[in-house]
Structures are given as structure tokens and as C-alpha cells.
Design a protein around this ligand. Structure first.
Ligand code: GLN
Length: 504
């Protein structure tokens, strides 16, 4: 394995800027790693070596030429990135992990992809996910599950298991994900990596295939807090093409990620996000993190969020209602697959029915049915209406909590990575993985998952949450814990991933 791929993205960027390495060399090292391990990991649904190397060569050329063009290069120029296959890319397929979109090519780039292209980060390819981002294990992908590099018999989390596994297995230093209920943070937790859900509206959703539009957010996956902050800074900002995009300029997260001082920081432990349903080992690591923060001078307080008890129920009604509406565009007419009925007559309804029967997997169908039911006349107020009220109560719980704490903290996921297949037949058990991540989406606030040590050799994640637009604060707190737990203890969690048996 090349030493280059185990550097952090910030270190790679520094070596590129100093001319110690070329982007072609760096990109090729990642492509070689993908070739060596991805047969087993299945993090990538599509690899675009030619395009990645072309971008890399362009960066190298500009840098070699020197002068104004070299000076104008983005600090991450030449550092490769992977993109969740729910984010559309021109010239590379986008499947969203579904048969429905097999072979479909987007005619345009998502705004985040445009930004990445402008900054000249080579795009290695598209990463695996649960179909249309519905799931917590990547097992709902129509193209086979992704495996966790820490133990390939286990899940890498979901829906963004491909992005997280690629980063954990050194196939990519950086990746983009989307987080509707935890799909960036929970995979980060179970793969020993870092993942951020930005403030709702702070990163453009234009070109992210919509799952639940009031909850979806694109965000970064990386191995360190600083790397996540750097990628976040690059993709954030106002976009007129996204009607929910916030007008504010992007703050410098990189600076926040460099600040590890916690003396005086008030950290609120959410009473409801611990206890029953959480593995003992996860809670033990969580307590250790609290102790470390306390001994570094943070003020640890407990906050009460009584409405969180209803968060999961409210999420599954709101999310499936919105998802059922968003999935209506996949009708066999406008995008991707078209399946004709076995028997005549070939009417539009029957083509739509046959296409959806063949194109959608079980979990997607389950949510369309649940959402359609929740939105139907006579049930709308009882289900969708009640869920929206709970959403307001959850927002109020957060407001009250942030009156006594600067940031909040909880475990990211109630368990470590579980074995493939363990929860696949039990949707409720699968949904419970998101119990700690969902409240942030319902309230639109930023949250990060950072490694919180290991339990029986598997990574545990710690989540920090901040008020809306307080993304810099989650990086600050995340960096503080990262330093206390990882840097000061020697080898960071991400560097402890077992070496895979591959030809070197
Ligand atoms: N695992 C959650 C779900 O299945 C969250 C998905 C997501 O964030 N995209 O809905």
C-alpha cells in the first residue's frame, strides 16, 4: 500500500503545494488501492480513472507553470474525492443505488460537483448507498452491500456506507454524502471516520436526488475533523438554484477545526440519547469522552429533551411522506428504466406499475406505501400533521437545551457495526440505528460524528450538535475530542483499521 494514501487530505494538499508529490501520482495511488481492495469492499459503483487522472494532470500542469494560475489554485486542488451516487454528475452514471436508474446519465452536474470541478479535485467515482438513501446499512443497494473495512463481515452503516468505507479503507481521502436522518454520521461512526451534517440550507441540494426534501443535506466524509471542515468549506454557500439555500457567506470552518480549546465550553449531554437500546461498550466509550472533555476544562451539563421520545416516529412519517412524493418522478417515462407489462394492454398506468415493480426494491416500496397512506385524505392530519407538530416540539427542546449549553453531545449510533444480514429482515431494528441522528435533521441543525475510540476492535462514534448556522462550533468541539482521544493517545482511530490482505 502506498504511503501517500494514508496521509490526511490536509497533508496531501500541503505536499502538493510544496511540489513534493504530483496529483497524478496521488490519484493513481488511490486508483491502485481501489483496484486492490474494492472487489471486497464494494464502496464504488463506478470508477472514472481517466477523468480523475485528467483533472490531476491539469492541476500538475498549472502548478508547474507557476505564476498567477498556480497561485489561484484551491488549497485542495489535486486531492481526490469520491461522490455518493445520489449526487448527479455529468459524464458519469448516477444510479442512486437503484435498478430504476441503471445506466442513467445526468445531463447536468449537482452544484457541489460543479464546485469540486472548479476547485479541480479529481473525482475518483461514485459510491454505493442504500437505494435512494433509504437505509442504515447499505444492504438495500441494488448493487450489493458495501463491507466495513474494519471487519468485512459487518455493515459500513448507511445510507452512505460507500463513501464512509472508501474513506476508511484509504480508497479516497475525502467523500461527499447526504444526510436525511443520519446517513453521513452513522456510517462515519461505525467506520471510525468523521462525517458532518451541515445546517439545513447551507450546502446546495441542487442535483442531490431528493429523498425527503425538508431533511436532506449534502455534507463531507473524511478521516479527520480538519479534512471534513476543508471539504465543507468548499461545497457550502448560497445557490440560487436551491430555493431553500441560505444567503449567508460561508464561515471559515478550517479555523474552527484548528481550535481544540474546550476550557469553559458548555457541553450538554442529552439525557434521552443514552441508556436503553445503547450497547454498554458504546456508552462506556461515550463516558470516557465526557471525562476527557471535562478534564480539559469543559463544563459538562445534562439537558432534557423530552420530545425526542417521538423523534423516530415523526421522522418516519415525515420522511416517507416526502419520499413518496419525490419517488413519483420515477414513472418509466422520464428517467431510467422502462418495463413493459407482460400482457397487453400497454397503458401508461400499466407501464408505470411494471416499471416500479421491477425498478424499486422492497424498502423503497415500503416507504412509498407508508408515505402515501400518511398523506391520504382523512389521515393527513392524524399522521403527517401530528408528526409536524412533534417536529416543532423537538426544535423547542433544542432551543431550550442550547440556552444552557454551547454544544450538545451524544453517541452517534447506539451500536457498533453489526453483521451483514442481522437487521435486514427487521425494518424496525434497522430504523432504530438512527435514534440519535434524526433529531438534528428534524430541527435543521448541524451535527458531526467523530471517532470516540474502539469497542471490541470496532469504532464508536461521538456526535456533537450546535444551533443552526453554528457549524463552526461542531468542528471546534469535534477537533477538541479528536485531539484528546486520538492525537494525544498516539495513533488516531482511523489509522488503526486492520490492514487488508491485498497484494501490495
Ligand atoms: N437511515 C435513515 C433512513 O433510513 C437515514 C437515511 C438518510 O439519512 N439518507 O431513513
Amino acid at each position: 500500500m502506498s504511503d501517500l494514501i494514508t496521509l490526511t487530505a490536509a497533508q496531501m494538499a500541503a505536499k502538493l503545494a510544496a511540489g513534493e508529490i504530483s496529483s497524478v501520482e496521488l490519484t493513481q495511488a488511490h486508483l491502485d488501492r481501489i483496484a486492490a481492495v474494492d472487489g471486497e469492499i464494494n464502496a464504488f459503483l463506478h470508477v472514472n480513472a481517466d477523468e480523475a487522472l485528467e483533472t490531476a494532470a491539469e492541476v500538475d500542469r498549472l502548478r508547474a507553470a507557476g505564476g498567477a494560475q498556480a497561485d489561484a489554485l484551491h488549497p485542495l486542488a489535486g486531492v481526490p474525492v469520491a461522490v455518493k451516487d445520489l449526487i448527479v454528475t455529468r459524464g458519469q452514471p448516477t444510479t442512486s443505488g437503484s435498478k430504476m436508474l441503471e445506466g442513467w446519465m445526468s445531463p447536468y452536474d449537482a452544484t457541489v460537483v460543479t464546485k469540486i470541478r472548479q476547485a479541480k479535485l479529481p473525482i475518483l467515482g461514485k459510491t454505493n448507498l442504500d437505494e435512494f438513501a433509504m437505509g442504515s446499512s447499505t444492504e438495500h443497494s441494488a448493487y450489493g452491500p458495501t463491507r466495513n473495512p474494519w471487519d468485512t463481515s459487518r455493515i459500513p452503516g448507511g445510507s452512505g456506507g460507500g463513501s464512509a468505507a472508501a474513506v476508511a479503507a484509504f480508497e479516497a481521502p475525502l467523500a461527499l454524502g447526504t444526510d436525511t436522518g443520519g446517513s453521513i454520521r452513522q456510517p462515519a461512526a461505525v467506520t471510525g471516520t468523521v462525517g458532518t451534517k451541515p445546517t439545513y440550507g447551507s450546502v446546495s441540494r441542487y442535483g442531490a436526488i431528493a429523498m425527503a426534501s425538508s431533511l436532506d443535506q449534502i455534507g463531507p466524509a473524511a478521516r479527520t475533523v480538519e479534512d471534513a471542515a476543508l471539504l465543507h468549506e468548499l461545497i457550502a454557500g448560497h445557490d440560487p438554484k436551491d430555493s431553500t439555500s441560505l444567503p449567508e457567506p460561508v464561515p471559515g470552518f478550517g479555523t474552527a477545526a484548528g481550535n481544540h480549546e474546550v476550557a469553559g465550553m458548555r457541553i450538554g449531554v442529552i439525557k434521552q440519547l443514552q441508556g436503553t437500546g445503547y450497547q454498554d461498550a458504546v456508552l462506556a466509550r461515550f463516558q470516557e469522552s465526557l471525562e476527557l472533555l471535562r478534564s480539559a476544562g469543559a463544563q459538562i451539563v445534562e439537558v432534557d429533551c423530552p420530545s425526542f421520545e417521538y423523534a423516530l416516529g415523526a421522522y418516519y412519517l415525515i420522511m416517507s411522506s416526502e419520499a413518496s412524493s419525490n419517488m413519483a418522478r420515477f414513472d418509466g417515462v422520464r428517467y431510467g428504466q422502462r418495463v413493459l407489462p407482460d400482457q397487453p394492454p400497454v397503458t401508461i398506468e400499466r407501464v408505470m406499475g411494471a416499471t416500479r415493480a421491477a425498478g424499486f426494491g422492497e424498502e423503497v416500496k415500503r416507504r412509498i406505501i407508508l408515505g402515501t397512506y400518511a398523506l391520504s385524505a382523512g389521515y393527513y392530519d392524524a399522521y403527517y400533521g401530528s408528526a409536524q407538530k412533534i417536529r416543532t416540539l423537538i426544535q423547542r427542546d433544542f432551543e431550550a437545551a442550547f440556552a444552557s449549553a454551547d454544544v450538545l453531545i451524544s453517541p452517534t449510533s447506539p451500536t457498533v457495526a453489526f453483521p451483514l444480514g442481522e437487521k435486514l429482515q427487521d425494518p424496525m431494528a434497522m430504523y432504530l440505528n438512527d435514534i440519535a441522528t434524526i433529531p438534528a435533521n428534524l430541527a435543521g441543525i448541524p451535527a458531526i460524528s467523530v471517532p470516540g475510540g474502539l469497542a471490541e476492535g470496532l469504532p464508536v462514534g461521538v456526535q456533537f450538535l450546535a444551533p443552526a448556522r453554528g457549524d463552526a462550533e461542531v468542528y471546534h468541539a469535534g477537533r477538541a475530542l479528536e485531539k484528546l482521544l486520538n492525537d494525544d493517545a498516539g495513533t488516531p482511530v482511523w489509522a488503526q483499521v486492520p490492514d487488508m490482505e491485498v497484494a501490495k
